[in-house]
Write a protein of this length. Structure first.
Lengths: 114, 111
C-alpha cells in the first residue's frame, strides 16, 4: 500500500532488551523523522534524516539509534530499553525539510517497556 | 530550545459552540503548522501559515499567525462532534529542518 507504514503497531518488551521499530514510506520523500508522544509533552523529535545515509539528532536522542541505508526505510532501535522509553512512537516523512513542507505521519507504534 | 505552549490543554463543549485554541512562544518561527490527531492515528496537517498576520480559513476553522510570528490561534465556529480530536501546533525553526510541537489541545464536542 502507498503511504507510510510502521511496524509493529504494538510491542511489549522487557527492560534491557533491544527493540527495533520499523518505518517504511513509498513516496520517496527525502526527509524522515522519528517522534515520541507522551502525555504532557506532545510530540518530541528523536532523530531525523535528510537523505539516505544522513541522520541527525533531534530533541531527545539519548538511548536511540537510527540508520537510513535506503530512502524508503528509517528504523529506530532502542539498544537497551528502559521504562522511560514507554511511549507511542511516530515516524513521519516530508518531501523537503523546510518547515513549510507537510509532514506525513505513520499510524504509530505503542511501545511498553516492563 | 524553542518551546510552544498550547492552551487550553483540554476543552469540552457542546455542539454549536465556538472555541479558540492558542499556541504561544517566545521564539520566532519561520512558519507554523496545525495538525489534528485522532485516537490510534498519526497527526494530519490542517494548515500551514507562513507570513506574520496571515489568516487562513478552512471551512469552519480559522487560523491566524501572529504579527511577530511567535504565536498562533485556531478558532472553530459552530463546533461539531466530528471536530473532536487532539489539535497540535508545530513551529518550524529558521533552518526549516525541524518542527517543535506544542503539547496539544484535546477537544471534545458533545452532541
Amino acid at each position: 500500500d502507498a503511504g507510510i507504514t510502521q511496524s509493529p503497531r504494538y510491542k511489549i518488551t522487557e527492560t534491557g532488551r533491544q527493540v527495533t521499530l520499523m518505518c517504511h514510506q513509498t513516496w520517496s520523500h527525502s526527509y524522515m523523522f522519528w517522534y515520541r508522544q507522551d502525555l504532557g509533552h506532545g510530540l518530541r523529535l528523536i532523530y531525523y534524516s535528510a537523505a539516505a545515509d544522513i541522520t541527525d539528532k533531534g530533541e531527545v536522542p539519548d538511548g536511540y539509534v537510527v540508520s537510513r541505508s535506503k530512502t524508503e526505510n528509517f528504523p529506530l532501535t532502542l539498544e537497551s530499553a528502559t521504562r522511560s522509553q514507554t511511549s507511542v512512537y511516530f515516524c513521519a516523512s516530508s518531501e523537503s525539510g523546510h518547515g513549510g513542507g507537510e509532514q506525513y505521519f505513520g499510524p504509530g507504534t505503542r511501545l511498553t517497556v516492563t | 530550545t524553542q518551546l510552544l505552549e498550547q492552551s487550553p490543554q483540554f476543552l469540552s463543549i457542546q455542539e454549536g459552540e465556538n472555541l479558540t485554541v492558542y499556541c504561544n512562544s517566545s521564539s520566532v518561527f519561520s512558519s507554523l503548522q496545525w495538525y489534528r490527531q485522532e485516537p490510534g492515528e498519526g497527526p494530519v496537517l490542517l494548515v500551514t501559515v507562513v507570513t506574520g498576520g496571515e489568516v487562513k480559513k478552512l471551512k469552519r476553522l480559522t487560523f491566524q499567525f501572529g504579527d511577530a510570528r511567535k504565536d498562533s490561534s485556531l478558532h472553530i465556529t459552530a463546533a461539531q462532534p466530528g471536530d473532536t480530536g487532539l489539535y497540535l501546533c508545530a513551529g518550524a525553526n529558521n533552518a526549516g529542518n525541524m518542527l517543535t510541537f506544542g503539547g496539544g489541545t484535546r477537544l471534545m464536542v458533545k452532541p
